[in-house]
Design a binder for this molecule. Sequence first.
Ligand SMILES: Cc1cc2nc3c(=O)[nH]c(=O)nc-3n(C[C@H](O)[C@H](O)[C@H](O)COP(=O)(O)O)c2cc1C
Length: 155
Amino acid sequence: MDTHALRNTLGKFATGVCILTTNDSDRGVIGMTVNSFAAVSLEPALVLWSIQNTSECFKEFTECDRYGISVLQHSQEALSNRYARPLEHIVDHGDCFVDSRGVPLIQGALATFSCKMSALHPGGDHHIIVGEVVDFESHPGDPLVFFGGAYSRLG
Ligand SMILES: Cc1cc2nc3c(=O)[nH]c(=O)nc-3n(C[C@H](O)[C@H](O)[C@H](O)COP(=O)(O)O)c2cc1C
């Protein structure tokens, strides 16, 4: 199979962009840009995302008890690029806040989900991480959209 063509074709599915965050005992808060986020279930409240098996953050995100999902606003493209850089996942203090459950989240996001690890499933060169939503917030604004390998906006 032509994986380059497959990647391009998968890119025809427009998504939002999130930054996933968790606490690492050695490095503090770490963050990673992700567009594989999806809703799974309302009752119970479950969401999923997938992480590359080779990611430098793999151990932290697959072994943590809690993590945060922040859906980015259209104005937060620079943050998306910042936390997509390989091996540069330590979150700058000014970019995040910590919720009442100790979960780090990105400041100024369009929506946030405070999650508890629910399940981990192998999925080829990725692992699928299912989270139970413990808390969530949403704010007015336009989403950052990812389509055809580039950022876009609604409308
Ligand atoms: C828009 C966008 C979406 C991404 N989505 C994912 C994703 O769903 N899962 C993933 O593991 N990496 C995703 N990445 C890649 C990571 O953000 C990051 O580039 C990668 O983890 C860097 O390698 P490292 O983790 O080894 O440092 C995405 C990158 C971008 C720019």
